[in-house]
Design a binder for this molecule. Structure first.
Ligand SMILES: [Cu+2]
Length: 108
């Protein structure tokens, strides 16, 4: 009986662990000094990435093919994008196209 209880307990702990591992996470990318920091980020399908503009000048966060776009972010403004499909999402700032970043979205 004691052995059975221990087995159930372990199973419960494992399922809780799996659930928390699969939970959607929130990541933050800072826009600072005309750079995305970090420029490369790996997330899981369903995660949200939030960009915060720390520069005085406005920036955008726009996918290269323009499939998504935060629009103009002024100083202190932020916007989040939920990544629901796996793949590599390359993005840039429309005002300063040399500013580039990449999100790798892993399948769940
Ligand atoms: Cu910019």
């Amino acid at each position: 009986m004691a052995a059975l209880s221990a087995t159930i307990l372990i199973a419960l702990v494992l399922s809780t662990f799996t659930a928390s591992q699969a939970a959607q996470r929130h990541h933050v990318v800072e826009i600072q000094g005309f750079k995305f920091v970090p420029a490369k980020l790996t997330v899981r399908q369903g995660d949200t990435v939030e960009w915060i503009n720390r520069d005085i000048v406005p920036h955008t966060v726009t996918k290269k093919d323009k499939a998504w776009d935060t629009g103009k972010l002024k100083k202190g403004q932020s916007a989040g994008i939920v990544f629901s499909s796996p793949g590599i999402e390359s993005y840039l700032c429309l005002y300063h196209p040399k500013m580039r970043g990449e999100i790798t979205v892993l399948a769940k």
